[in-house]
Design a protein around this ligand. Structure first.
Ligand code: FUB
Length: 327
């Protein structure tokens, strides 16, 4: 735990971590990951093997400093509305407080998104009594824009249940669109001033190809699957996400935080393991991609480790594609 951190190596090795959301708070890098459990039970496409019960917060003074584990900051037993599966969280700072925004299954087995609050970026966090009214699915990511408006982006297919919300209510046996129909997009909602509710019903984000046509559900190299993240670069909004079945992190760009976004390319080639999940952060004048893979468990999909690497842009704003195991 006290060794120096290196790019493309697990930032901690004493626990399995995944789904890293990295932020700079108080001049330090804070990472809010999922905490994978070390079990050997079977896996399925519904993601039941991802049975995480708590969150830890990690931090680094700089990118080569030791990564500190601040310990357990929230446990499912302390979240009144949640029953299981604390999946990919994010954190945001507003109004002098830190907000951990996270998905979990409620007591009806439906994924919802909740908030827990702290005065300290390293927690501990106190969960709200109920999930955000009107929230559903997984993988929330919060952007607090330059004008202090806060947006939460979320959604995930398959185990993340996004297919089941196409009508606005939960249809347990609903399937995804036909491959020739537009793909399902992630959702976005502006958060209220206190960060605890949506200001409006979530809106579906449209992702367009270079000709202005919606990306289709059958276009598995480019369509949204899970893990949305939005960052700003040179005044533009960059929406990046996992393509799931084709295991890439790709991105699309817009002038508007709620889209539509135009597809641009691949950020991260496939990693060892089925899932891929990332965040992008600027720290001390450089940009970094935080991601995970399963190298530390020799490829066991639910035993993942967070890593990071530098991310570079071309002069035209395009992100250079990263090979996680390249030179
Ligand atoms: O960690 C559980 C799930 O796996 C996340 O919510 C997805 O993004 C995928 O990484």
């Amino acid at each position: 735990m006290s060794t120096k951190t290196k790019p493309n190596e697990p930032i901690v090795t004493h626990i399995y971590t995944a789904d890293p959301s990295a932020h700079v708070f108080d001049g330090k890098l804070y990472i809010y990951p999922s905490h994978d459990l070390d079990h050997d039970e079977p896996s399925n496409d519904n993601g039941d093997q991802y049975k995480m019960e708590d969150y830890h917060v990690l931090s680094m003074e700089d990118v080569s400093a030791p990564c500190i584990d601040h310990g357990e900051v929230l446990h499912v037993k302390d979240i009144p509305w949640a029953s299981k599966q604390l999946w990919a969280p994010d954190a945001a700072y507003k109004n002098g407080k830190y907000y951990l925004v996270f998905p979990a299954r409620d007591h009806d087995n439906i994924f919802r998104i909740g908030v827990a609050v702290s005065d300290n970026p390293a927690g501990p966090f106190k969960a709200e009594e109920n999930y955000i009214p009107g929230s559903f699915s997984i993988d929330p990511a919060v952007l607090v824009d330059d004008d202090q408006k806060a947006y939460v982006y979320f959604g995930g297919l398959w185990g993340g249940q996004l297919e089941k919300w196409q009508t606005g209510s939960f249809i347990p046996d609903a399937e995804g669109p036909d491959p020739s129909a537009p793909a399902l997009g992630p959702r976005v909602a502006e958060l209220s001033e206190d960060m605890l509710t949506f200001k409006h019903d979530p809106k579906e984000i449209t992702i367009l190809d270079e000709d202005g046509n919606p990306i289709l559900a059958g276009d598995e190299d480019r369509r949204f699957f899970e893990g949305p993240w939005v960052h700003k670069y040179n005044g533009l909004y960059y929406l990046s996400y996992s393509t799931g079945t084709t295991h890439k992190i790709v991105y699309a760009v817009s002038e508007n935080p709620q889209g539509p976004f135009t597809f641009k390319g691949t950020i991260l080639k496939p990693v060892i393991g089925w899932t891929t999940h990332h965040s992008i952060v600027e720290f001390n004048g450089k940009w970094y991609l935080f991601y995970h893979d399963c190298s530390m468990s020799d490829g066991v999909n639910h035993k993942r480790s967070v890593k990071f690497t530098e991310l570079n842009y071309n002069e035209d704003g395009k992100i250079q594609t990263i090979d996680p195991y390249g030179e």
